[in-house]
Design a protein around this ligand. Structure first.
Ligand code: PLP
Length: 427
């Protein structure tokens, strides 16, 4: 893919792209270049028919019987098993349920109890200030709740380019740390940790690791089994195209999961929910991490996104994601050189996820002006323009055209208008 410098080169690359036909599986508005699939993936075409079937038949006709006859009851585990190959998990180790925030609370609590049992002096959750805010809030909330020396420690960030992760880890993994809580791919910068290396380093220091895979799953290869990881959570509405607010996933290593149950020990995590027993007995395996009745409508729609993801190999997805990224980096360098646009994302493939982030003092207004021209990226504090590169439906020409539009917006200062400065509630 090297040396794509003209639009014709991009057209040729699209024609040779083994993933090209998957684009037809999504409903994408004509003429829109969607570079925000890392935040909310587009709807699979089949989602509408599935939603209709679910509401009209399974719910409308089948009513309560559908818990048994339409497979609703088993959905969390069945979807977990469908998602498993994307994260290097074995069957029976993953459930789809609740939100990433709630799942994080559950696994973090479990990890702290395991650490507490194995080495009582370890009570610190180590993270970076640049981690996704909900991860920090949940960790702070949980450790405050526990009291008794439990605390969240936010060691200084690795720096905007994610530089020198080894030094960061060596400084951070002290004797009092119980759990290392990291996002595999940083939501703002797109910098990626080496999951296997970090896990091994943490384990060597007696520290468990909780990975947030929200910006990894479906975007970059992940091998939790190969890395001998401890716990992981992540979203299905980003690169997995499960729908707005679709339930998250939770993975627990079989090494740990039977030692403790979730602190949200609801009846769906019980060994026999419908025995209606007065005492909680955790279900065997990862099912114990379920809490209450799942949101079936939204949960069922996760399957459509997983169907499409299952038709591509992660190696193909990764290769195309990096090629789209290389193209964008190159085109921005070429076309936006006269403007104060800085690349935040590390360029080395091993340290880059599937998004690119650029800074500009007027980032918010520029993103708004781009959206007005039907190029959809998003804005993140401070001054970051974020562009998700999603190989299942993005074409090389889309990236080429997006950068042309960006260059025009910059050259003509089109962003410099009051309507582009007004902040929306969700950015
Ligand atoms: C998007 C994202 C979340 C979102 O969590 P929700 O509970 O679904 O709102 C959490 N963590 C990371 C790293 C994310 O990127």
């Amino acid at each position: 893919m090297a040396g794509m410098t003209t639009r014709e080169d991009c057209v040729r690359a699209d024609a040779a792209d083994p993933l090209a036909t998957l684009r037809e599986e999504f409903s994408l508005p004509d003429g829109l270049i969607y570079l925000d699939g890392n935040s909310l993936g587009p709807a699979p075409r089949r989602a509408r028919a599935r939603a209709e079937e679910l509401v009209a038949q399974e719910w409308g006709e089948g009513l309560i019987g559908s818990w048994n006859t339409a497979g609703w009851y088993d959905l969390p585990g069945r979807l977990g098993d469908r998602l498993a190959p994307l994260i290097g998990a074995e069957p029976g180790q993953t459930v789809v349920c609740d939100t990433t925030s709630a799942n994080l609370f559950k696994v973090l609590a479990c990890a702290l109890r395991i650490a507490g049992q194995d080495s009582p002096g370890r009570r610190v959750v180590l993270s970076e200030p640049d981690n996704f805010p909900t991860d920090l809030y949940v960790a702070a909330g949980l450790t405050e709740q526990l009291g008794d020396g439990y605390a969240l420690r936010r060691l200084s960030s690795r720096g905007p380019d994610g530089s020198d992760p080894t030094t960061w880890l060596d400084a951070g993994l002290t004797e009092d740390v119980a759990v290392l809580l990291l996002s595999h791919v940083n939501y703002r910068t797109g910098a990626m940790w080496d999951l296997a290396e970090v896990t091994a380093r943490a384990h060597a220091r007696g520290v468990l690791v909780v990975w947030d895979l929200a910006h990894s799953v479906g975007a970059v290869p992940v091998d939790l089994t190969g890395a001998d990881a401890d716990f992981a959570v992540g979203c299905t509405y980003k690169y997995l195209n499960g729908g707005p607010g679709s339930p998250a996933f939770l993975w627990a290593s079989p090494r740990h999961r039977d030692r403790f149950s979730s602190p949200l020990s609801g009846w769906w995590g019980h060994a026999r929910p419908f025995a209606m027993e007065p005492d909680f007995e955790p279900a065997p395996g990862v099912t114990r991490f379920l809490s209450g009745t799942p949101p079936v409508v939204s949960l069922a729609l996760v399957e459509g996104g997983l169907d499409i993801a299952g038709r591509a190999s992660m190696d193909q997805v990764r290769a195309k994601s990096l090629a789209l990224g290389d193209l964008m980096i190159e085109r921005v360098r070429e076309r936006c050189a006269d403007h104060p646009v800085g690349l935040v994302t590390p360029t080395e493939p091993v340290r880059r996820g599937s998004q690119l982030s650029f800074t500009h003092p007027e980032a918010y207004a520029i993103v708004s002006a781009l959206i007005d021209r039907r190029v959809v990226g998003d804005y993140r504090e401070p001054q970051v323009m974020r562009f998700g590169l999603t190989p299942l439906y993005l074409r090389f020409v889309d990236v080429f055209d997006a950068v042309e539009t960006l260059a025009q917006v910059l050259d003509h200062r089109s962003w410099d208008a009051p309507q582009f400065r007004t902040r929306a509630t969700v950015t």
